[in-house]
Design a protein around this ligand. Structure first.
Ligand SMILES: Cc1cc2nc3c(=O)[nH]c(=O)nc-3n(C[C@H](O)[C@H](O)[C@H](O)COP(=O)(O)OP(=O)(O)OC[C@H]3O[C@@H](n4cnc5c(N)ncnc54)[C@H](O)[C@@H]3O)c2cc1C
Ligand SMILES: NC(=O)C1=CN([C@@H]2O[C@H](COP(=O)(O)OP(=O)(O)OC[C@H]3O[C@@H](n4cnc5c(N)ncnc54)[C@H](OP(=O)(O)O)[C@@H]3O)[C@@H](O)[C@H]2O)C=CC1
Length: 462
């Protein structure tokens, strides 16, 4: 088989790349190779600011792409080998597919705590629809669980799970440390410990349709838990029991297949539990061979340059699988998120078309500033620029305004210029903050009024 463009992976990066290629080069042939029958598509895309978008993610059958774009073919198979000198790939079913440009978008897989090898049925991770099904099923029989990790997944499930006692084991001094600072973590405390029965909904299966290819689907995304009842084995109670074990890690785990696990924490505490959720980050998937060596970064991601090109000829990579190996703009840094997977998928397509047509492609504006819009503990959360003082070497000031149960606003300021912001709640400040960061406006004349709730700061900048 032969195609101008071959994309591997039916997650958000691969599908965004495919759709952008189909749009930019309708006369070229495109093959999307994915080992799962379902693909992820972006719907209800809304621009919140110049660089910040909000969107829903839907699981679709791959017919969606082939019906929408005449030049796209979807093949359900697994990439096994890349013959990078001869520009073709070999698949699990023995197909050879020749390409002019190849884009690798195979995502990442959960990086579970090492004890999972010993207790694979009782220590689980969450990545795709299959893993959520397993999680929900096992949780139904669990009275006490341990959640390890302090990032996005742990924050979401600790908030969402009902009717089970939760022990949340975190390395840090405050919750949700990958996204927020101690102040914001304090702001979330009420929401974490209170019950939220109104948000319970009838459990709805996430699956679009069953078939044999669903073994390792794409990663879940925003609001994956919205329509799910995630409940343990205790009787229905309005009281939530979340025990947070700060500055702790799992030291050892003992037990057997049919008995509760005994967990020993680094501070010496012991916990007996039925299930452990390891929400401890991801590792890029590099489950294929190449003729020449593909350069990887320390975190295992495929190194790409500012045009998302790998070190191998005509091969690009985008999304969770890659590692941004270029000089980042001051207010941008990579994080393994939907937003960036989508942006990279679209940009990789522009670069691939540019290379084929021998046209220069300038780096997309989205790589100028980090932006992320999400929900944590039921609050809208917007993160902009160096929102936690990243890269500033502790040489910055912080201005905070908070109204309990309503909003938490944090500005990170260096030399009187805004470098980043955390906006929790309906603050309506995202556009202004984005402008202040991108234009590096001197805020000295406004002093602390910049966050005075009695002054409409937007008026200053109109
Ligand atoms: C529970 C959960 C919640 C999340 N919530 C959010 C959120 O709220 N906001 C946010 O921004 N991000 C969120 N993320 C992160 C986000 O989902 C990922 O960053 C994003 O989906 C990565 O997309 P991707 O296309 O790079 O990879 P994936 O989605 O992992 O897609 C990889 C694709 O490649 C296929 N594949 C793998 N290996 C092969 C092979 N050898 N051959 C063929 N096909 C292959 C897989 O089947 C899959 O289709 C969440 C992640 C999880 C797990
Ligand atoms: N709302 C959102 O935007 C969401 C985004 N996601 C994304 O999905 C991906 C997977 O999420 P998640 O698994 O939560 O990953 P994250 O990278 O967000 O968080 C991983 C957490 O686990 C900790 N950790 C790592 N190893 C260990 C260990 N051995 N013992 C204890 N703690 C450990 C990390 O601490 P340290 O950093 O100190 O090593 C970190 O707190 C991420 O890319 C995440 O950004 C997921 C859910 C929601």
């Amino acid at each position: 088989m032969l195609a101008d463009f071959v994309i591997v992976g039916g997650g958000i990066a691969g599908v965004s790349c495919t759709e952008t290629l189909a749009f930019l080069a309708p006369e070229k042939s495109i093959i999307l190779l994915s080992d799962s029958a379902l693909i992820k598509t972006v719907t209800n895309l809304q621009a919140i600011t110049k660089t910040l978008c909000q969107f829903d993610v839907e699981e679709q059958s791959s017919d969606y792409l082939t019906q929408k774009y005449k030049n796209v073919t979807v093949i359900h198979d697994v990439l096994k080998e890349i013959q990078d000198e001869s520009n073709y790939i070999k698949t699990g079913k023995g197909k050879e597919i020749h390409y002019k440009s190849l884009c690798l978008c195979m995502g990442a897989e959960p990086n579970l705590i090492p004890q999972h090898l010993q207790f694979p049925d009782q220590i689980i991770g969450i990545r795709d629809t299959d893993s959520v099904d397993t999680f929900i099923e096992k949780l139904k029989h669990s009275k006490t669980i341990v959640v390890v990790g302090n990032g996005g997944i742990a924050s979401e499930i600790v908030y969402k799970i009902q009717n089970t006692e939760i022990h949340w084991v975190i390395k840090d001094k405050h919750i949700s440390a990958t996204f927020v600072d101690p102040g914001a973590a304090e702001f979330f405390q009420d929401s974490l410990h209170s019950s939220h029965p109104n948000e319970q909904v009838v459990s709805k299966r996430m699956r679009y349709k069953e078939d044999e290819y669903n073994k390792s689907g794409a990663a879940l995304g925003p609001d994956w838990y919205k329509n799910l009842m995630i409940s343990g084995a205790n009787t229905n109670t309005l009281e939530r029991k979340v025990n947070i074990h700060y500055e702790n890690e799992i030291s050892t785990i003992s037990g057997s297949k049919d008995r509760a696990l005994e967990v020993l924490l680094t501070d010496g505490q012991k916990i007996s539990c039925d299930l452990i959720i390891s929400a401890t980050g991801v590792t890029p998937r590099t489950n294929f061979n190449t003729k020449n060596k593909l350069l990887l970064s320390e975190d295992g991601g495929i190194r790409v340059d500012d045009h998302l090109k790998t070190n191998l000829n005509n091969i690009y990579a985008a999304g969770d699988i890659c590692s941004a190996n270029w000089q980042w703009a001051k207010h941008w840094f990579p994080m393994k998120l939907w937003t960036q997977a989508r942006q990279m998928g679209c940009y990789a397509a522009q670069c691939m078309v540019g290379q084929l047509n021998k046209e220069e492609v300038l780096q997309d504006f989205c790589f100028e500033i980090f932006t992320h819009s999400t929900k944590l503990f039921s609050y809208k959360v917007i993160l902009l620029g160096l929102y936690n003082g990243q890269k500033l070497d502790n040489k910055y000031e912080i201005l905070v305004r908070t109204t309990p149960k309503m909003e938490y606003i944090k500005f990170v300021i260096e030399n009187h210029k805004l470098q980043g912001a955390v906006l929790i709640g309906d603050t309506d400040l995202e556009e202004m903050c984005e402008n202040l960061i991108l234009n590096q406006i001197n805020l000295e004349p406004y002093g602390d009024d910049i966050l005075n709730p009695d002054i409409d700061i937007e008026d200053y900048f109109d």
